[in-house]
Design a protein around this ligand. Structure first.
Ligand SMILES: Nc1ncnc2c1ncn2[C@@H]1O[C@H](COP(=O)(O)OP(=O)(O)OP(=O)(O)O)[C@@H](O)[C@H]1O
Ligand SMILES: [Mg+2]
Length: 380
């Protein structure tokens, strides 16, 4: 058993004490009547949702600044203002977050107004439990579909642009290195100038590497598909990236604890080196988000013909206003980042017929989900 296997086992033993980040859909309930809050909260939690509550509009505003939500349930009458006016603000700032209004039967006029303001649904009080759950599930699903459509469309346009830029850059870099080569042959350069020329060559090589990555973005190669054991691939990647998540932080007195829950006998048909690149990018990002150390958690779960892998960290998290941009090529918040890791990973997973999504909790951590189709006759 090598040292990584020991660590993987150690992680599995830690399972009971490990406090996973929430990956459930998150609903904000804005309602001032305590009994209603208690009933709806319990109902939603029983149906697998995570619930945040706010008794006033101001409380809700504070929560919205730091929390990414999947849907909002809003009462019409609140102690510090009208839910209808707040709905208008919500629509301007968070046009995509579904809002469901709670209103009494007698307030038909309000219900009509809330529909005019673009509410997703309204639920008359006293409400019917199954209707409420149905309404929330529908709203969350609609939002997810819209998001997926928008991000794949945006991604296609950006990837095409990137491939065009990559093509032009490739020609320029080629011209530059040819001229350097000719210059080196013709002119006598002293040791000092040689150093400058070497630096120039290194910069050109780095630029060529970025161009190569950009090409992957436009068209990740899809030949070389093999049936592989996913747990083995993830363990290989963890071994290869060990200097990054283990030795690197240790050098600065920080500790990243690795926890894995990987099922055996899960088979996927993939280009192994591309999928390894995806895991490498996500592991690097996770480590970079934990400058003071933390936990890196990798898990696989099989669900309806797919395997869902999660890569989770307990790092700084992603601010709500940035989360829609992280898959864009060249988007980076790091001084030395190229901002290509996630966009390339997204492209690779899409080409494999999979999906990549993210949930983040500012100050607590981030969890990326990758789903891939299973080779069912071999898996489990
Ligand atoms: N696990 C994470 N925790 C917090 N922020 C993250 C995480 N993963 C990605 N991000 C954010 O998304 C941005 C884009 O990530 P991406 O991997 O595409 O580029 P990068 O890491 O900045 O550069 P590189 O091209 O070297 O990967 C990051 O700069 C960071 O702001
Ligand atoms: Mg990265």
């Amino acid at each position: 058993m090598d040292s990584l296997d020991k660590e993987v086992d150690h992680g599995q033993q830690d399972k009971r004490t490990f406090n996973a980040l929430e990956s459930r859909d998150r609903i904000l309930l804005i309602e001032d009547f305590e009994d209603t809050v208690r009933i709806i909260k319990r109902l939603l939690e029983r149906n697998g949702y995570q619930v945040e509550t706010a008794f006033t509009i101001n409380e809700a505003k504070r929560l919205l600044e730091t929390t990414i939500l999947d849907a909002i349930i809003l009462d019409i009458n609140l102690p510090d203002g009208s839910g209808l006016d707040f709905l208008k603000d919500l629509r301007k700032i968070y046009p995509d977050t579904p809002v469901i209004m709670l209103t009494a039967y007698t307030e038909l006029e309000n219900a009509v107004r809330s529909l005019q303001e673009g509410v997703d649904d309204f639920i008359p009080k006293p409400f019917d439990n199954s209707y409420l759950i149905h309404s929330i599930a529908k709203a969350v699903e609609k939002r997810r579909l819209k998001e997926r459509l928008r991000s794949s469309e945006k991604f296609r346009v950006l990837a095409e642009m990137a491939a065009g830029v990559a093509h032009d850059f490739n020609n320029l870099l080629h011209t530059m290195s040819t001229h350097i080569y000719l210059l080196m042959k013709k002119v006598h350069v002293d040791a000092d100038s040689k150093g400058h020329i070497e630096a120039l060559k290194t910069a050109i090589d780095d630029a060529a590497e970025i161009v190569k990555r950009l090409n992957t973005l436009g068209n990740p190669s899809h030949n070389d598909l093999q049936i592989i054991d996913l747990a083995a691939l993830i363990k290989d990647t963890l071994l290869m990236t060990r200097p990054k998540w283990h030795h690197g932080p240790r050098r600065y007195g920080k500790e990243i604890e690795l926890i894995t829950r990987l099922d055996n006998d899960i088979y996927v048909k993939v280009n192994a080196s591309e999928i390894r690149e995806v895991f490498t990018n996500l592991i690097f990002n996770a480590v970079e988000a934990m400058p003071s150390g933390g936990q890196l958690i990798l898990e696989t779960v099989c669900r309806g013909g797919k395997v869902v892998c999660s890569i989770q960290d307990t790092g700084v998290g992603i601010a709500p206003e940035l989360i829609n941009r992280i898959f864009d090529p060249f988007f980076t918040t790091k001084g030395s980042g190229s901002g290509l890791g996630l966009s390339i990973s997204y492209a690779i997973i899409e080409k494999h017929g999979g999906e990549m999504t993210v949930k983040s909790y500012p100050g607590k951590g981030t969890i990326f989900f990758i789903s891939l189709p299973l080779v069912e006759e071999l898996s489990n």
